[in-house]
Write a new protein. Structure first.
Lengths: 298, 259
């Protein structure tokens, strides 16, 4: 075999291997995705890298949700001067089915933190750069003159949630928020539940995932027994340490959803009893008070 | 004048032939196919809403690899001539040093643009294959990227006359790939300063080239409508201005350089 023929053969073999690798990508994913490791296995540079990558993808979803427009925390005074920039996420104002109580804030979309954010690229009136600023506003994703974004297709964030939870299967927010977007007002509740069940497998002690599972079973599947199971488990898993603001919101949600689950399940006595218990334990809450008032009459 | 044009044309042609002979570009195109293919793997897993993700990944690969080609080609032109001792016989002919610089610059720009067009073709096919095709803004993205190779190539050639090849590649890469971070940090610093400090920072901001202005990848990934022709025109002028500045600076250094 002469040199040229051998080189061609080697090149063809290499291309063939790469094509094979590409074609079997999904099957290989099974090996790349880790099994649920114990806490001891989560240390080390490899996992730090995966956590970092998941965080980067998380930040990226924020920009994707805003049609590529980048945001940052507002500095003092900016919240007023740039009030026109404030807007809602795509789907953030989506109506919940009849189960949702008035005034209840659906938590999923708000966890990115909309309040107090402004665009990174300043508006012309606050920009010292003159023509250079105008050029940047023309070539980078930016809101229209009315402050509205070009496109707000929240389904475009799904691959990012998929990737971030492959990269770091212990990134719980990736599962809870990702499932909200997969579900998107009950359009694909089955895949959303599957996604959360995958999260549950990797994070059996996560009360956030249990709460979200309970929420989906209650609101979209009307499977009250399954909802009760997950919400009870969420409450049992609540950590005894001081919770972060986000965790505390989820904790309150778990109680509210469970009380609402009994209402929907037509177990008013159970609903009132649970609401009263929770109220005595956690203090006044508009949703629970509403349940006690309405179901108590029944 | 005609004679000078012939000199530049010959120098450009020689550089083009030499680079094509070295087959560096094929490696990059192969890497592009692999990179975009890896990104497209997710499309096969049935995840919904893949279009923006695919466009983002694909355009990032095109941006990155085409810029790497431009910097790599520009950084090695003069140092290689020096190390192979081919510059001296070249300058022994009645050829101006600036013409050598200009010939090299034109060749690098043509090669980088050619490589970009191939990469863009691969990207277009990849996106069309996964039904994530993009509108006319894609061609504006390609045009602006090609325009950006002007200042990038001129800057890198100028830097290669004062730095080692490795340092040239690193510094040019930093200035190009971190352009957005640099520009935003400087703009934020201006807001935090007062008096002379603020004035100096503003001057620095306007002096440095803002290569991130040539990057339409994010608007393209989200399929925004095309940008106005006037903006394209202004950016073309902006690119030409910095090409002139960097080639001028390069010429000043090259004129005094011992070969």
């Amino acid at each position: 075999m002469n040199d040229r023929l051998r080189t061609r053969f080697q090149f063809s073999a290499l291309v063939g291997c790469l094509l094979l690798l590409g074609a079997s990508g999904n099957a290989l994913g099974q090996y790349v995705r880790p099994n649920a490791p114990g806490d001891g296995e989560l240390n080390g540079a490899g996992w730090e890298g995966r956590r970092l990558l998941a965080q980067l993808l998380w930040v990226k979803t924020h920009a994707v949700l805003h049609a590529g427009v980048e945001e940052r925390d507002a500095r003092p005074g900016e919240a007023q001067s740039r009030a026109g920039e404030f807007h809602q996420h795509g789907g953030a104002s989506e109506p919940e089915p009849e189960t949702a109580e008035p005034g209840h804030d659906e938590h999923g979309h708000d966890e990115h933190g909309e309040e107090g954010h402004v665009f990174v690229i300043p508006p012309a009136r606050e920009d010292f750069r003159g023509a250079l600023g105008d050029l940047e506003r023309a070539v980078k994703p930016y809101a229209g003159t009315d402050g509205k974004l070009y496109s707000k297709d929240s389904s475009q964030t799904l691959p990012f949630y998929r990737l971030m939870t492959w990269v770091d299967p212990h990134f719980i927010q990736g599962y809870t928020i990702g499932s909200t977007f997969i579900n998107k007002v009950g359009k694909e509740t089955g895949p959303a539940i599957q996604f959360l069940l995958e999260g549950e497998r990797f994070n059996p002690d996560s009360f956030e995932i249990q709460t979200e599972l309970g929420h989906l079973y209650l609101v979209y599947q009307h499977d009250y027994a399954a909802a009760e199971k997950h919400l009870r488990r969420a409450i049992a898993l609540l950590p005894r340490r001081t919770l972060t603001e986000l965790e505390d919101e989820t904790r309150i949600d778990a109680y509210r959803w469970l009380a609402l689950n009994y209402v929907q399940w037509e177990k008013p006595a159970e609903a009132v009893r649970f609401a009263r218990e929770t109220r005595a334990q956690c203090g006044p809450d508009a949703t629970l008070d509403h349940i006690i008032q309405r179901q108590g009459k029944k | 004048m005609n004679e000078r044009l012939v000199h530049i044309q010959v120098l450009t042609w020689a550089t083009l032939v030499e680079t094509i002979r070295r087959k560096d570009l094929y490696v990059v195109w192969f890497l592009a196919v692999f990179g975009m293919g890896a990104g497209a793997m997710l499309a096969g897993s049935g995840v919904r809403g893949i279009e923006t993700f695919l466009r983002d990944i694909t355009l990032t690969v095109v941006n990155f690899l085409s810029t790497v080609i431009c910097i790599w080609l520009a950084a090695r032109q003069i140092p290689e001539e020096l190390s192979r001792r081919t510059l001296f016989p070249l300058l022994a002919r009645p050829v101006r040093r600036f013409d050598v610089l200009l010939g090299k610059f034109v060749a690098v720009w043509l090669l980088s643009t050619g490589a970009l067009l191939v990469l863009s073709g691969i990207a277009w096919l990849n996106l069309a294959m996964f039904k994530a095709a993009i509108g006319p803004i894609f061609w504006q993205f390609v045009a602006l990227r090609a325009l950006s190779f002007g200042p990038i190539a001129a800057m890198t050639i100028a830097l290669s006359l004062v730095l080692t090849p490795a340092a040239t590649v690193v510094l040019s890469g930093l200035l190009t790939f971190s352009a957005t971070v640099f520009a935003r940090s400087m703009a934020a610093t201006v807001d935090g300063l007062t008096g002379v400090g603020q004035w100096a920072m503003k001057a620095l901001y306007f002096l440095l080239p803002h290569l991130d202005l040539f990057d339409l990848s994010q608007r393209t990934a989200f399929n925004y409508p095309p940008i106005p022709a006037a903006v394209m025109g202004m950016l073309a002028l902006y690119a030409l201005l910095y090409v002139g500045i960097f080639l001028g600076l390069g010429e000043l250094r090259f004129r005094r350089m011992a070969v």
